[in-house]
Ligand binder design. Structure first.
Ligand SMILES: [Zn+2]
Length: 418
């Protein structure tokens, strides 16, 4: 068993949704075998696109939550770029209601601005009252410094609220389809420069200092952004950051295939950026691994590269990619990897019932991880309604064997209970 308090050999006894006892030789009415596996607090994903309401062809709250549970997640934060978006309490309430009967806890991020248009602030106080703690216009960057300042100032009046930025300056990134660099020149595809991300991260660190508000940087992808976050943290600013698995496992060279499955915003970057993300994960600069799970229906991802929408699936491969690409090669220890996937993101989102520690009285939101199983990514076997994974055919190590949500096994031996 591994949680924020350390590593030990133990059974976990659960009743009425809570952990009752932790120790050797415990017996219960029904038992889940975890021999040879690691029991950990359930994983927490700060960044998931569930597409409902508005784009249920690609994903629904139910299918997305099932994919999450199969990936070992017990809590996910739904991004607000639905149609209509999460700038309206009735929309957020309906997302939460559907999430409440799904296989994973679904939290709804609220919009920063009305319609995610980057101008007037959304009714953040009303969304906060419904439980939103993360506010973001994700998919769009809050480009106006003055709007970002007002959002940060307002968020300081809401305890635990954090402003999450999709850091890509549209005046630099718009019209680009991949990372601007050697590969974009060679392929003749218009690029999105690393500095589109860097200038926003630099600016928002300054605004965090000016306002005292909390900023979280979504899907950090550049060496420059990692360095900016590192120095902001060294100055004691309330800044956190996440990285997505595709930004530590894939480079812009993949775009040479012209396969739109490799199109994502921010884009896959250079090998140098990938190396910097790994260092940032290892040295604590980056706080969380978040998937940016972005399902797209097959027809839309079959368009030419320049016309296809950005985004890739993530929920069912994140844990195995972390184990295969970071833990196995020794970039992270297993406890460090689990911290990035569970208790550190739980703390950012203020999810007291997730991320452990696994102790008597705590909510029984757990996952049991088999570190030794190897499996091949087959898009047809994913629970997501969409198929746009860039890892088709890859052999990965490690998988969630069981997932337990408030004491109820929702995934047993790799199978969802419904
Ligand atoms: Zn984004």
């Amino acid at each position: 068993m591994i949680d924020a308090t350390g590593e030990r050999d133990a059974d976990v006894l659960i009743a009425d949704g809570r952990v009752v006892e932790v120790g050797p030789g415990l017996r219960g009415d029904s038992e889940l075998d975890a021999a040879g596996c690691v029991i950990a607090p359930g994983l927490v994903d700060l960044h998931v696109h569930l597409r409902e309401p508005g784009n249920e062809d690609a994903e629904t709250i139910d299918t997305g939550a099932r994919a999450a549970a199969l990936g070992g997640f017990t809590a996910i934060v739904a991004m607000p770029n639905t149609e209509p978006p999460h700038d309206d309490p009735t929309v957020v309430a309906s997302v939460l209601a559907a999430g409440a009967v799904s296989l994973c806890d679904v939290h709804a991020a609220g919009c920063i601005t009305e319609g995610r248009a980057g101008a007037a602030l959304a009714p953040m106080g009303e969304l906060y009252a419904l439980g939103s703690r993360i506010f973001t216009d994700d998919g769009a960057c809050v480009a106006e410094a003055g709007v970002m300042r007002r959002a940060l100032e307002y968020a300081t009046s809401l305890p635990g609220a954090v402003i999450a930025q999709h850091a890509e300056d549209p005046s630099l990134a718009d019209g680009g389809h991949m990372h601007e660099g050697e590969w974009s020149s060679r392929l003749g595809i218009t690029g999105r420069p690393a500095d589109a991300e860097n200038v926003i991260v630099a600016r928002d660190c300054m605004l965090a200092e000016l306002t005292g508000g909390r900023v979280h940087f979504l899907h950090v992808s550049t060496a420059g952004a990692v360095e900016l976050v590192r120095s902001a943290k060294a100055r004691g600013l309330a800044v956190t950051a996440e990285a997505a698995p595709h930004h530590f496992t894939l480079t812009d060279a993949e775009c040479a295939s012209f396969d739109p499955v490799f199109k994502v915003h921010p884009p896959l970057r250079s090998a140098k950026d990938v190396a910097a993300i790994k260092i940032g994960l290892a040295d604590g600069t980056i706080d969380a691994i978040a998937t940016d799970h972005a399902p797209h229906a097959v027809e839309t991802k079959e368009r030419p590269f320049e016309e296809a929408p950005p985004g890739m699936l993530g929920l069912e491969t994140a844990l195995a990619l972390t184990i295969t690409e970071l833990v196995e090669p020794g970039v992270l220890s297993l406890p460090e990897a689990l911290a990035l996937l569970s208790w550190r993101p739980a703390a950012i989102a203020g999810l007291a019932d997730h991320g452990g520690p696994i102790a008597p009285g705590s909510a029984a939101n757990l996952c049991v991880i088999d570190l030794n199983v190897t499996w091949r990514v087959d898009p047809l076997r994913l629970a997501s309604k969409s198929r746009n994974t860039p890892y088709v055919g890859r052999t990965l190590k490690g998988r969630a064997r069981h997932t337990i949500l408030r004491g109820v096994p929702v995934v047993v031996d790799g199978q969802a209970c419904r």
